[in-house]
Design a protein around this ligand. Structure first.
Ligand SMILES: [Zn+2]
Length: 254
């Protein structure tokens, strides 16, 4: 026969169990989840190879995609797609484009950079364009300086030059390569899972400014770049990682 005490104990135990069920540690959502990448983002992040400076190769979506190939060593993989953010020689390098080019390679860039690549199949974009190439969604977003000047009043990357960054979607994951830019207001409209941001200062964002960009972009993962080839140092990338409130992966230079 159940005593009143036993019934009370059973009821209390059941209620306590329910409390634990509702209030115990959750496995999804919340601040703790920010440091854990979804399987899709983790897989695409692992396919990003940093080749020094702003140069990257992404092997995802069944394609080989280069962004701003420059000073590639050895025998680089051939490209399905080359994205070039602007015409400066450390981003638009005809020799490096030649090194990765094969029949069928498509190039997407701005008009000023296309002029440096005569005879190549180039799709020209301006900031705001959204195109599909080889089944990939590619968005061109503005890239320019707010406070980095070549001479008084003349920025290294003027807004009127119509330089771009790219948001490319690979295997359902949105990757943003910002190009050469400061932390500009348009970043609030960029949606991306993985962001590649310059951190060297001088011509582009400093590490501290890149942290501000990360706070606006809120990606699952940020990767620092625009260091390692004489402009900016690995310490800039490390400082960015230490200061960022969101996950950062400093890639080895390949
Ligand atoms: Zn530049």
């Amino acid at each position: 026969m159940l005593t009143r005490f036993m019934i009370q104990s059973i009821l209390f135990g059941a209620l306590f169990g329910l409390f634990l069920f509702w209030c115990g540690p959750s496995t999804a959502g919340g601040a703790g989840a920010a440091s854990q990448l979804s399987a899709e983002v983790a897989r695409v992040a692992d396919s990003i190879h940093w080749l020094g400076h702003a140069s990257v190769r992404i092997d995802a979506g069944g394609l080989v995609v280069y962004i701003d190939p420059w000073q590639l060593g050895g025998e680089p993989k051939k490209a399905d797609l080359v994205l070039i953010t602007h015409d400066h020689r450390d981003h638009c390098s005809p020799e490096d484009v030649e090194a990765v080019f094969r029949e069928g390679t498509e190039i997407v860039t701005i008009a000023a950079a296309a002029e440096k690549l005569p005879g190549k199949p180039v799709q020209i974009v301006t900031p705001g364009d959204k195109i599909t190439v080889k089944g990939l969604s590619i968005e061109a977003v503005p890239a320019y300086n707010l406070n980095k000047f070549r001479s008084p009043g003349v920025p290294f990357h003027p807004k009127e030059a119509l330089h771009v960054g790219f948001v490319v979607t690979l295997d359902g994951v949105r990757i943003y390569h910002s190009g050469d830019t400061d932390c500009i207001p348009e970043m609030k409209d960029v949606r991306a899972d993985i962001v590649l941001l310059p951190v060297s200062g001088k011509y582009v964002m400093t590490a501290e400014e890149a942290v501000k960009a990360v706070e606006i972009l809120r990606p699952a993962l940020a990767i620092p770049m625009h260091v390692g080839r004489g402009i900016g140092s690995p310490e800039d990338a490390e400082r960015f990682r230490e200061l960022s409130p969101l996950p950062v992966r400093v890639l080895p230079m390949e």
